[in-house]
Design a protein around this ligand. Structure first.
Ligand code: ATP
Ligand code: MN
Length: 477
């Protein structure tokens, strides 16, 4: 049985068989108490092993990190701290763990240390909780869209298009880098490359998702995306997962409504299904924060923060309004921003986003209608000819979590923008054809999955919410 099931069963005295990894063993000459965990829940179960029933050598081998199989009887616990425990009748050592060498001791390790031991960090309470929540969120994403009649579309990971401009790309090639084939002009001859042209890892599945939406109606992607930007921040990975719905006949407002409903749904799903893990992480977060200076602490606990998101409407403001608010803000006037805000056209940096979310509105903020110059070519140009139908959703502690837009569905306007932004129309001929043949209003957005997990778990570094992070200078495991 799994510990999760055992803790839900009512009757005691039943025979139980479980397998798991030892967290701690303590006790006396007469009896040992072994806490084991099998990953099904944050909760351990206590095994009671009477010395008279077991070989002393076996008991000694049961150290932190070892893996054992136990048979016994479920009984009401005599100790405090647990309602039930297992009175062991037999124990098998499945895999010993040399106590002198096993890196994880039953004490608190730093997150940095655990990152270096990412192969073992699943065995800690914190990371097992994070990865159970990551699973719950994955499931919630699929359930949300499936229930609404969306179709999941697997867009390519290797792509020939590098026009999207969402970030620097990783090139994919099987050319011999020591002996690159050259054209007559002395350039690299990509016609000799595996795909007969230059290819990269995708930065987004959006353009292909649009093709699907203009036939299937509503689609969403949920896949890995790659960015070779050298930004070593706590919010950027080189390989991350993105969810990108694309909806035919939806305008910007409907797109925003969907994104807000979606985020609330995912958070509610975790509150409903992962209460134990969230409670653990809530406690963990307040312990971590108590070490910070008072002004750096957040005013709310983790669970409270999640509930606030669900219970409140997100603030919706235009970019022009945001600039207005920022220009007149105290930090701008006192020159406290690293990038001062001067007016229309300025890009919003994370310090500005944090001001709006954490100081000004104290809830998620959706900013719409950005200047066309700072957004992608496919966003629908507004009637003012200066702004586009874009929307970014900003979350407390995270900053940008969603970026989306209404797409430019008018062929002539789209071509105009591509010329202005120097984007190769030949390369994207297939994208343009959807505007030529049966075009329609449509919209979509991209949610950075790890940013959502950061928010739900309260983890402050994005490296701690993906099993094996890829960042500049690091692709171990
Ligand atoms: P940022 O300004 O934070 O770099 P972006 O403008 O590059 O984000 P988009 O291209 O709009 O982001 O991507 C959509 C979403 O993907 C973002 O809202 C964010 O949640 C997420 N995202 C973007 N870049 C990364 C990254 N390097 N690592 C993890 N998530 C990311
Ligand atoms: Mn970016």
């Amino acid at each position: 049985m799994k510990i999760k099931e055992i803790l839900l069963t009512e009757g005691v005295e039943q025979k139980i068989s479980i397998k798991g990894w030892v967290r701690t063993r303590r006790g006396s000459k007469h009896v040992s108490f072994i806490a084991i965990n099998d990953g099904s829940t944050i909760n351990n179960i206590q095994i009671v092993a009477e010395a008279t029933d077991f070989n002393e050598e076996l008991i000694k081998q049961i150290t932190t990190g070892s893996c054992i199989s136990v048979r016994g009887k479920l009984v009401a616990s005599k100790g405090s701290g647990q309602a039930v425990e297992i009175l062991a009748s037999s124990i098998d050592m499945l895999g010993a763990a040399d106590a002198d060498e096993y890196p994880l001791q039953p004490k608190k390790h730093s997150l940095e240390f655990l990152r270096e031991n990412a192969h073992l960090r699943f065995r800690t309470n914190t990371f097992s909780a994070v990865f159970r929540l990551r699973h719950a969120l994955t499931f919630a994403v699929h359930k949300f869209f499936n229930d609404k009649g969306f179709f999941n579309l697997h867009t390519p990971i290797i792509t020939g298009a590098d026009a999207e401009g969402a970030g620097e790309m990783f090139q994919v090639t099987n050319l011999d880098l020591e002996a690159l084939p050259k054209t007559e002009e002395g350039k690299i001859d990509f016609s000799a490359d595996f795909f007969g042209s230059k290819t990269n890892l995708t930065v987004s599945g959006q353009l292909e998702a649009e093709l699907g939406a203009l036939a299937l109606g509503q689609v969403y992607t949920f896949g890995p995306t790659f960015r070779a930007e050298n930004s070593n921040t706590s919010r950027h990975l080189s390989e991350f997962w993105m969810i990108e719905p694309e909806i035919a006949f939806a305008d910007l407002k409907q797109n925003i409504d969907l994104a807000e409903e979606f985020l609330k749904y995912c958070i509610q799903y975790c509150l409903d299904n992962n209460a134990d893990d969230l409670k653990f992480l809530d406690t963990r977060m307040s312990e971590e924060e108590s070490k910070l200076k008072k002004e750096e602490r957040s005013e709310m606990g983790l669970i409270e923060r999640l509930k606030i998101i669900i219970e409140n409407d997100f603030e919706r403001i235009t970019y022009r309004k945001a600039i207005d608010v920022l220009i007149n803000s105290t930090p701008n006037k006192k020159k406290k921003f690293q990038y001062p805000i001067n007016g229309f056209g300025d890009d919003l940096q994370s310090e500005h986003e944090r001001y709006l979310v954490e100081k000004k509105y104290k809830k998620p903020v959706i900013i719409t209608d950005y200047p066309k110059e700072i957004k992608a070519f496919y966003m629908r140009i507004n009637d003012d000819n200066e702004t586009v139908g874009a929307m970014d959703i900003l979350f407390p502690a995270i900053g940008e979590i969603v970026g989306g837009s209404q797409r430019e569905e008018r062929l002539d306007k789209l071509q105009e923008r591509m010329i202005e932004m120097d984007i190769d129309q030949k390369e994207l001929w297939w994208y343009l054809e959807t505007r030529k043949f049966g075009t329609c209003t449509h919209s979509g957005f991209g949610l950075g999955f790890e940013r959502l997990i950061m928010f739900v778990t309260g983890m402050k570094n994005i490296r701690d919410v993906i099993p094996f992070p890829r960042t500049p200078q690091n692709a171990e495991f």
